[in-house]
Ligand binder design. Structure first.
Ligand SMILES: [Zn+2]
Length: 463
């Protein structure tokens, strides 16, 4: 009798099959999930049997997060063979990832060594950027290569260090969206793993993805009172110039925890969602280096790094990104929103307030030189004069079309042009303006306005 292969989770697979060699690991030997217990759930949401389609991991350094991705790739190659795409920020980094991470993974794990032929053999199906195995293929590429992102359909996407991806790849758009489009044909069976250390607040993809997720945090028990809390840097306290005395203070009972308390805390920890996910099939994890296991990055070292960074904004940014796994808010980036809100004035939609002299509307002008833009805009004014607008009184229409002077300005080399419509006198009514500057005559913008704050008589034309 042949039994079907057992349905393992990624963490079970790693415990059974994964070997860590001295080449890529500081702690060679069998993989042990208990060393970094918080990684277990991250890996298990990546298992084929788990319903999550997108798994987001926003992380600090020294937490062993990279291995969760490696274990997943090993699990795919051995246990759920299918086409898989692993994306690094650049093709160069993908090559390095192949040499430093994938090759040791294949060589040191016996179950994988059997399945992927050595790269040295001719026609082995094993090159630096593509690894064939029975039932599937793993392709490695860079987010800077549109060709690489479009090269194949993939059931599994490993999107690593996404905050270092370019915003737009070869004018084809967002590399994450490009990669995810390749997985769509796999429907509910597809899975994407997005991992990154975050960077600058307004530009961080991983933060955006994490904030849209259910925002899981790893809650650990206080060794004194047992209260479950997630670790925050503010609770790591020390006397000035004495980082060796840094203790993590329980936010419930203030008990000062020491480095060696970590092991039991991590062992008793659990992930808890702190928000409602916008998409129920997206799960988000955040983990900082405060959770780094004993022997890796200590609280004392974190304290020293923080003290050393003082007075150096660039170093504080690096600390927040790499140690806390949090984004950095650039100075002057965010306006004081309360001051802005206080300066609001009250306007009604579609009504020109008294005293307004110029109405401006923006419209897209495609592939035209500045000169043609001006000509086209004049044509726009011609269309204005000849076009009746249903619902308007003839008098207001006449007033509207009598003398609007249309000037066109080119918005530099961009594809957008802007058209200003200047009324002849401040008292003149501008009941309705319709702008259709494209060749096909599709109206792109429409402005309904009446001077003096009266109700708009042409609002019915606004469809
Ligand atoms: Zn406590």
């Amino acid at each position: 009798m042949l039994r079907p292969p057992p349905q393992l989770t990624v963490s079970e697979w790693a415990e059974r099959h994964r070997m860590l060699g001295s080449r890529a690991s500081a702690e060679p030997g069998f993989w042990r999930t208990s060393r970094t217990p918080y990684i277990k759930d991250v890996m298990d949401t990546l298992s084929a049997v788990h319903p999550a389609r997108r798994v987001v991991l926003m992380k600090g350094a020294s937490v062993g997060a990279t291995e969760s991705g490696n274990n997943w790739l090993g699990y795919i190659m051995h246990h759920v063979p299918a086409p898989a795409l692993a994306v690094q920020p650049t093709v160069e980094l993908a090559k390095r990832f192949s040499r430093q991470r994938i090759d040791p993974l294949l060589e040191e794990t016996p179950a994988l060594r059997e399945r992927v032929a050595p790269a040295r053999a001719r026609d082995s199906g094993n090159t630096m950027l593509s690894k064939e195995f029975p039932g599937g293929i793993l392709v490695l590429t860079g987010a800077n290569s549109a060709v690489g992102l479009r090269s194949m359909t993939a059931r599994f996407l490993f999107l690593d260090e996404v905050d270092a991806y370019p915003g737009d790849v070869a004018s084809e758009g967002d590399p994450i969206a490009l990669a995810e489009a390749r997985a769509r044909t796999f429907g509910w069976r597809r899975k994407a793993f997005l991992v990154s250390t975050p960077t600058i607040s307004s530009r961080s993809r991983i933060e955006r993805e994490y904030l849209a997720s259910d925002q899981r945090r790893f809650f650990v028990p206080c060794p004194e009172c047992g209260e479950m809390r997630w670790l925050r840097f503010e609770r790591l306290l020390w006397e000035k110039d004495a980082p060796e005395k840094a203790r993590y203070h329980c936010s419930a009972c203030d008990y000062p925890m020491q480095e060696h308390d970590k092991t039991a805390m991590l062992g008793g920890g659990e992930w808890r969602a702190t928000a409602q996910s916008q998409d129920p099939q997206t799960i988000g994890f955040h983990i900082s280096a405060l959770y780094s296991p004993v022997g890796w990055l200590s609280w004392e070292q974190i304290t020293r790094d923080w003290e050393a960074a003082q007075g150096k904004p660039e170093d504080i940014k690096t600390f927040k990104n790499n140690v806390l796994g949090e984004t950095w808010q650039e100075q002057g980036e965010a306006p004081d929103w309360e001051r802005l809100v206080q300066r609001r004035e009250d306007f009604s939609m579609g009504v020109v307030p008294t005293g307004a002299l110029v109405l401006t509307a923006g419209a897209a002008v495609r592939r035209q030189s500045a000169a043609t833009r001006a000509r086209q805009s004049r044509r726009t004014s011609a269309r204005l004069t000849s076009q009746g607008i249903p619902g308007c009184q003839p008098s207001s229409l006449r007033a509207n079309v009598a003398s609007p002077r249309v000037t066109a300005t080119s918005a530099g080399r961009s594809r957008a042009g802007s058209v200003s419509i200047r009324t002849a006198s401040p008292a003149m009514a501008m009941s309705s303006v319709r702008i259709s500057p494209t060749r096909r005559g599709v109206p792109l913008a429409r402005l309904i306005a009446v001077p003096g704050g009266k109700a708009a008589p042409c609002s019915s034309a606004a469809t």
